[in-house]
Design a protein around this ligand. Structure first.
Ligand SMILES: [Zn+2]
Length: 154
């Protein structure tokens, strides 16, 4: 993965995205506990990551909507190398959202092992607050009955 953590800031922690005009709605939604996607009003295709035009047909007639937050595990790799903000090995996952787009994320509230991480397993989004601006959308096994919100190892 590219390393976006070029600015050496403060204590070691996971590097955080910086909202841009294109992604501001996404991060505002995540902060409010909602997963925001965009949909093309011309060809009706839902897409991610955020951009001001449709990646399928190029139309600029796009709108933001709130996704269900449900997804399935599409693929993952288990990273064994130390990374800031993580303890031990952890899975870098690609999930397929119910609406179709895929998203790179982490699976939480679940052992980070091939025995526990089953392809196509149903997932639901949880938001891990990182700072005043950023809450990261992470995913946990659907039906995980837990009040624990901050499932990542920060
Ligand atoms: Zn389109």
């Amino acid at each position: 993965m590219p390393d976006p953590n070029r600015t050496p800031n403060k204590t070691p922690r996971r590097s955080l995205p910086e909202p841009t005009p294109e992604t501001r709605h996404f991060w505002a939604g995540a902060k409010a506990g909602e997963l925001k996607l965009q949909r093309c009003d011309a060809c009706k295709k839902a897409y991610f990551p955020p951009r001001p035009f449709c990646p399928a047909c190029g139309s600029r007639d796009v709108s933001v909507f709130t996704a269900s937050g449900r997804a399935s595990l599409h693929s993952y790799v288990i990273n064994h190398r130390p990374a800031p903000g993580f303890e031990g090995h952890y899975a870098i996952a690609v999930v397929e959202l119910e609406e179709g787009p895929r998203m790179m994320t982490n699976i939480v509230e679940c052992p980070q092992t091939p025995e526990a991480l089953l392809l196509d397993m149903p997932l639901e989004v949880v938001f891990a607050e990182q700072d005043d601006e950023i809450s990261l959308p992470l995913f946990r096994p659907l039906g995980t009955d837990s009040l624990q919100k901050n499932g990542d190892a920060s």
